[in-house]
Design a protein around this ligand. Structure first.
Ligand code: ZN
Ligand code: ZN
Length: 343
């Protein structure tokens, strides 16, 4: 089968012919119908600092976001049938550590991730542990099924505190930032302010429901947000950029008693004014990792099946597996939303 493989510890990847993976008793084999490129895949492709220290097993098939159709089920699998359409939770939890046993599988201490620790899904076929296969019975297009994993990140972040009736600042409009705008809009945020340096993504932010979209390079974010909120500040900050300045601005414009949820990943340690930004502000700061297993997946499925979520504009490009390099180029430029790859 064809697969996009990270072969060497250096920038790039190769389209290769490899063996169809072998199914285990607790797994399913799927024909990949659609996948999508995530920031993580791009970091691995670029071989950045994070990838260098995180990726151990080369060669490895890249990719983790998946829509697949089940071709074969392992001998122990009872609840999944041949022909079922699945998405996949990409964090494979061990099931026996403290976190797993206390209802927090998404932060399992021994987590393995597709395309990071084990072979991924940028291929014609893939194997998925049955416990990670999310069967879709609802009428959801396959393009949206492959983006359920990042959409789950957005839903997990937006719904990790109060959102209805809130004034929200979303810093960073990559695909998950854009999805968060759409989710916050659907969930009744009354005002959504978004910041983003890339013009293409600012336009998308407007399209999916942001009320005010600001370019931090041209605009004084702190002064503008305070003016827009009559000096109160925003109720909620959703940090999606990982950029130190955006993180700092978020703390400056959060209202006292507000919520600050962070999904963006800074590449280096960041300095935060804890005294004024958190303590005296009585702020609630929470980090978001993965998706709740499987509460977030039920929510994600229901949002998509309801057709009330405006995320179609976020899917901006569609390439074949052979064209994965084009997708990576676009990721580098930032002139894209979500990029789909299909075998
Ligand atoms: Zn992802
Ligand atoms: Zn565990």
């Amino acid at each position: 089968m064809k697969a996009v493989v990270k072969t060497r510890p250096e920038p790039g990847a190769e389209l290769m012919d490899v063996n169809v993976p072998e199914i285990k008793p607790d797994g399913v084999l799927v024909k990949v119908l659609s996948t999508s490129i995530c920031g993580t895949d791009f970091h691995i492709y670029e071989w950045n600092q994070w990838a260098k220290q995180r990726i151990k097993n080369l060669p490895q098939i890249m990719g983790h976001e998946l829509c697949g159709q089940v071709l074969e089920t392992g001998s122990n699998v009872r609840h999944i049938n041949i022909g079922d359409i699945i998405s996949a939770e990409t964090h494979i939890a061990c099931g026996h550590c403290f976190q797993c046993l206390t209802g927090n599988k998404h932060i399992c201490q021994n987590v393995k991730i597709f395309g990071v620790d084990i072979d991924g899904v940028f291929a014609e076929y893939a194997v998925v542990p049955a416990k990670n296969a999310w069967v879709i019975k609802e009428d959801i297009p396959k393009e949206l099924i492959s983006v359920m994993e990042p959409l789950g990140n957005a839903i997990h972040t937006v719904l990790s505190g109060e959102i209805a009736g809130q004034v929200v600042l979303i810093t960073g409009c990559g695909p998950i930032g854009l999805m968060s705008i759409a989710v916050a809009r659907t969930c009744g945020a009354t005002r959504i302010i978004a910041t983003e340096i890339n013009h293409f993504r600012r336009e998308l932010a407007k399209e999916v429901g942001a009320d005010i979209v600001l370019n931090p390079i041209e605009t004084d974010i702190v002064a503008t947000v305070l003016k827009e909120t009559r000096n109160l500040g925003v109720d909620v900050v959703l940090e999606m950029s990982g950029h130190p300045e955006a993180i700092d601005q978020g703390f400056k414009v959060l209202r006292p008693g507000g919520r600050y949820s962070i999904l963006g990943i800074p590449s280096k340690p960041v300095t935060i004014d804890i005294t004024n930004g958190i303590v005296f502000k009585y702020a609630n700061v929470n980090g978001i990792n993965g998706r709740l297993m499987y509460k977030t997946w039920f929510q994600t499925t229901r949002f998509l099946a309801s057709h009330r979520l405006n995320i179609n504009p976020i899917i901006t490009h569609h390439f074949s597996l052979e064209e994965f390099e084009k997708g990576m180029e676009l990721m580098r430029s930032g002139n894209c939303g979500k990029i789909l790859l299909s075998p």
